[in-house]
Design a protein around this ligand. Structure first.
Ligand SMILES: O=C(O)C(=O)[C@H](O)CO
Ligand SMILES: [Mg+2]
Length: 256
């Protein structure tokens, strides 16, 4: 049975960020996720979760200068110290929010370094962070992003993420399977979900190609929820941009 988390970065954007927790609860969500919490004190975020009885399903490590195009640095050679600082900062937030999944964004390929050295950097950084996070029972997620939205991103394909997660040799490094990106880059989603199987650590959804509600576009979500049910029991993050207002767009959930 699918259970959904509201992505507060993309849903309820009609409201200021701190008011989105209450709105998610009122709309029937038991869990939330968001991209980056670092503009807010972790105590204030934790208070919102507690006040509204919500679970924090996931958030991301600090990605570097987002406005300048940065998308993390976990795979970028030469930025290991920065990665470690960001991993430690995210861990403090995860502990405060009771959150068991943190996404480590790989980054945009640095053409001054080989692909092999990016791969080695990614694996070494993930091992270091996974060992630190394991003491708190927290998983690290790696997520392939499609190359239309994130040109040059180091990780674009689900099978590459699976291979990298295995190569870390750490039980708490998992694949964040976002069906929107996976359909654009890989397709054959029913088989792909079964293949990634127990390495799926988190799931996100949106329509393809527009990234709106999962009730339109080229994916058959009622079927995909049944497939996911066989391989994944966690929250499914609703990481889409509502076509109109958030609440009226939630009618798809009744059929999920
Ligand atoms: O873009 C996505 O799909 C994500 O989930 C990332 O966390 C942000 O780029
Ligand atoms: Mg995603």
């Amino acid at each position: 049975m699918a259970k959904f988390a509201a992505n507060l970065t993309t849903l309820f954007t009609e409201l200021p960020f701190m008011e989105r927790f209450a709105a998610a609860k009122a709309a029937g969500f038991e869990a939330v996720e968001f991209l980056f919490p670092y503009d807010y004190a972790k105590e204030d975020l934790a208070a919102q979760l507690q006040q509204h009885g919500l679970t924090q399903a996931l958030f991301n490590m600090f990605p570097g200068d987002w406005a300048a195009g940065e998308r993390g640095m976990a795979a970028i050679p030469g930025r290991e110290a920065e990665f470690r600082n960001n991993a430690e900062q995210a861990l403090q937030y995860a502990i405060a929010l009771g959150c068991k999944k943190v996404h480590a964004m790989a980054g945009i390929v640095d053409m001054n370094h080989s692909i092999d050295s990016h791969r080695d950097t990614f694996i070494n950084n993930l091992r270091w962070a996974a060992d630190l996070y394991a003491e708190h029972g927290i998983e690290i997620q790696i997520e392939p992003l499609n190359d239309r939205d994130a040109p040059g991103y180091f990780l674009a394909h689900q099978r590459d993420a699976l291979e990298l997660a295995k190569a870390t040799d750490r039980d708490n490094v998992k694949v964040q399977f976002d069906l929107y990106h996976a359909q654009i880059m890989d397709g054959d989603l029913s088989k792909l979900i079964a293949e990634i199987g127990s390495y799926i650590g988190h799931v996100q959804i949106a329509s393809v190609p527009e990234r709106h509600e999962p009730s339109e576009g080229e994916l058959n979500y009622p079927h995909l929820f049944k497939v996911l049910d066989k391989h994944y029991a966690g929250y499914i993050g609703c990481e889409y941009h509502p076509r109109n207002d958030t609440v009226s767009g939630l009618s798809w959930m009744a059929q999920a």
